[in-house]
Write a protein that binds this ligand. Structure first.
Ligand code: ZN
Length: 148
C-alpha cells in the first residue's frame, strides 16, 4: 500500500467519524441539496456569502465515508475563500479526480490531494465530487443537483 493511499484511508476514516462543519448554520444565504443515486449519498450544503467571500460553509446529510469526508474537507478548504477561488478549487479538484493525465494536482488543493486516488474508481468519483457539485449549485442558485 502506498503512503498516499494509507494516508487517504486514515483521513477518510477520521472525517467520516468526525465530520467537520456537519451542521445546519443559523444563517446562510445559499443552500442546495445534492444526491448521488449510484451510491445513495444525499447531502445539503449551506453557504454564507458576504461580499463575495465564503464566511461560513456547512453540510448535513447521509452518505458513504468518501462523500462525507469529501464534504467535510471541502468545508474546511472553502472557508474564507472568494467565490473566484472557490470556483478555481472546484475545477482543480474535479480535474484531479477525473483526468488521468492530472498527475500534477495543484498545490492549492492542499490535503484535498489525497482524493486523487479515487480516479481509479469511477463510481467513487461521484461520491467525492458530490459535495463540490452541490456547493456549486448552491452558489449558482440551483436548489437541487444530482451527479447524474
Ligand atoms: Zn458514496
Amino acid at each position: 500500500m502506498s503512503e498516499l493511499s494509507e494516508l487517504y484511508q486514515q483521513v477518510i476514516l477520521d472525517h467520516n467519524k468526525k465530520p467537520r462543519n456537519f451542521r445546519k448554520p443559523e444563517t446562510f444565504n445559499h443552500r442546495a441539496e445534492g444526491h448521488n443515486p449510484l451510491c445513495g449519498d444525499q447531502l445539503t450544503v449551506y453557504v454564507q456569502l458576504d461580499g463575495g467571500i465564503v464566511t461560513d460553509v456547512a453540510f448535513e446529510g447521509s452518505g458513504c465515508a468518501i462523500s462525507k469526508a469529501a464534504a467535510s474537507m471541502m468545508t474546511q478548504a472553502l472557508k474564507g475563500k472568494t467565490t473566484d477561488e472557490t470556483e478555481k478549487l472546484f475545477h482543480e479538484f474535479h480535474r484531479m479526480v477525473t483526468d488521468d493525465s492530472a498527475n500534477d494536482a495543484a498545490d492549492s488543493l492542499g490535503n484535498l490531494r489525497i482524493f486523487s486516488g479515487v480516479r481509479e474508481f469511477p463510481v467513487r468519483v461521484k461520491c467525492a465530487t458530490l459535495p463540490w457539485h452541490t456547493m456549486q449549485a448552491a452558489l449558482h442558485g440551483q436548489a437541487v443537483t444530482s451527479t447524474e
